[in-house]
Design a binder for this molecule. Structure first.
Ligand SMILES: *Cc1c(COP(=O)(O)O)cnc(C)c1O
Length: 420
């Protein structure tokens, strides 16, 4: 079932027609479907039905909007956070600290201390020195930090280079062959309660094979650590499951993923942690935009929309595809390039794309924009920070304001020696 559907020729999000949102909030604007978030949360959990002990920590970097986090907290999800700011969001949304995982390759001592004060349930360590520092801070507070070592299993996720994290040359994790000795040393520190290992090999994976290969290596590591006398109670399997962006793309379902996990981890006897991001958020949002001009081009016309690379960076960053659909299509088609107003050629969403025929003033959406969309937005070219709207049935609410360029300007100062 899809919560983004046409009724009487007008694209709706759940029961709300998109022109209503454009009228109330303006454009560009991200629009999320609460029902879709809930459904994805349930489908992912159902996929893991054969995993006896599990905890799902939504990777909030995919979409950290407070309202989204509240929805997922209500579904029993915890959070995977990668900064003190994300931790503050997860706590503000009402996620229990115990269910929060603190990941990230550059956690500062200050962030580690704040995590300890908040009672974070699991720190995923990226290097030995981080473990020593965490142990020291914890001991000084009379605490034991619950932690795992994130290992790099040296598996090629087969995804875009910029979102691949599990090859040995990537910056993430401890080389898997060095993990047992490091585990021996760190487990002796009184400030650490070292419970297991973690991995996350990349994002937008279209194939289960690299995940299965990584998990198999993790399984061997767990066995080796137990041979060395360590009690391993937790294994964090990360996120990474991809979603279809293009019509016709096929992806493993959460059920396929869950069946693979259940089979690989059959004998592990540990609580498994999962960190899905994109698979929960991607298809739960669209970026609503208005056509400013249709500019004649040499080869194809340029459809210039009011959304730009500062609002949705994925095409410029990863050559990503987002479907472009008119909100009130006429049935006619055109071949066009789609671009935003930003002064960069990279501010191009598509070239030579077969799309609904649109004219200046028409509304359209970029689909599958719920993950790594608004959260990556900037104000480049002194554009406003894009707002976000959550639809729930026939209700909708602005869940992040549009922050005007003037508001950002107001935070800048001309120093006194340059004053006129
Ligand atoms: C980004 C990230 C995730 C989520 O990745 P998705 O591809 O969105 O599922 C999970 N864990 C860690 C450590 C991450 O950095």
């Amino acid at each position: 079932m899809d919560h983004f559907a046409f009724r009487d020729g007008i694209l709706h999000v759940e029961d709300v027609p998109l022109p209503t949102i454009a009228e109330a909030v303006g454009s560009p604007v991200y629009v999320y479907s609460a029902a879709t978030f809930r459904r994805h949360a349930q489908v992912f959990r159902d996929g893991l039905k054969d995993v006896a002990r599990k905890h799902i920590a939504y990777a909030i970097k995919a979409n950290p909007n407070l309202a989204v986090l509240r929805l997922l907290a209500d579904e029993g999800y915890g959070a995977d956070v990668v900064s003190g700011g994300e931790m503050a969001r997860a706590l503000a949304a009402g996620m229990p600290p115990d269910g929060i995982v603190f990941s990230g390759v550059g956690k500062t001592a200050d962030e580690l201390a704040r995590g300890l004060d908040a009672g974070i349930g699991q720190f995923n360590l990226e290097l030995e020195e981080e473990g020593e520092v965490l142990a020291r801070i914890a001991a000084s507070k009379g605490l034991r930090a619950r932690a795992t070592i994130r290992v790099n299993p040296d598996v090629d996720a087969g995804t875009h280079a910029k979102i691949s994290t599990g090859r040995k040359e990537n910056k993430f994790g401890v080389p898997i062959d060095q993990a047992p000795d490091m585990f021996d040393r760190l487990s002796r520190l009184p400030g650490l309660d070292l419970r297991g290992v973690a991995c996350h090999i990349g994002s937008q994976l279209s194939d289960l094979a690299p995940l299965e290969a990584a998990y198999a290596r993790i399984g061997e590591l767990v066995a080796e650590l137990r041979r060395r006398g360590h009690a391993i109670s937790r294994v964090d399997l990360g996120g990474g499951l991809g979603v279809p962006y293009k019509p016709g793309d096929t992806f493993p379902s959460p059920a396929d993923y869950g069946a693979m996990v259940a089979s690989v981890t059959r004998d592990w006897d540990a609580e498994l942690m999962f960190e899905p991001g994109r698979v929960i958020a991607g298809n739960a949002g669209v970026l609503l935009t208005r056509v400013i001009w249709v500019k004649p081009g040499v080869v194809n016309p340029y459809v210039i929309v009011d959304a730009a690379m500062n609002d949705l960076a994925r095409p410029a960053l990863y050559d990503a595809w987002h479907d472009f659909v008119a909100v009130q299509p006429t049935g006619e088609r055109m071949v066009a390039n789609i671009a935003g107003p930003v002064c960069e050629s990279g501010d191009t969403f598509a070239m030579g794309r077969d799309i609904d025929r649109v004219e200046s003033g028409d509304l359209a959406v970029f689909r599958t924009a719920g993950a790594y969309g608004a959260t990556m937005a900037s104000t480049y070219n002194s554009r406003a920070l894009v707002p976000e709207v959550l639809v729930d049935g026939d209700r909708f609410a602005v869940v992040a304001d549009r922050i005007a360029a003037e508001t950002i300007l107001a935070a800048e100062r001309v120093p006194e020696w340059l004053a006129r």
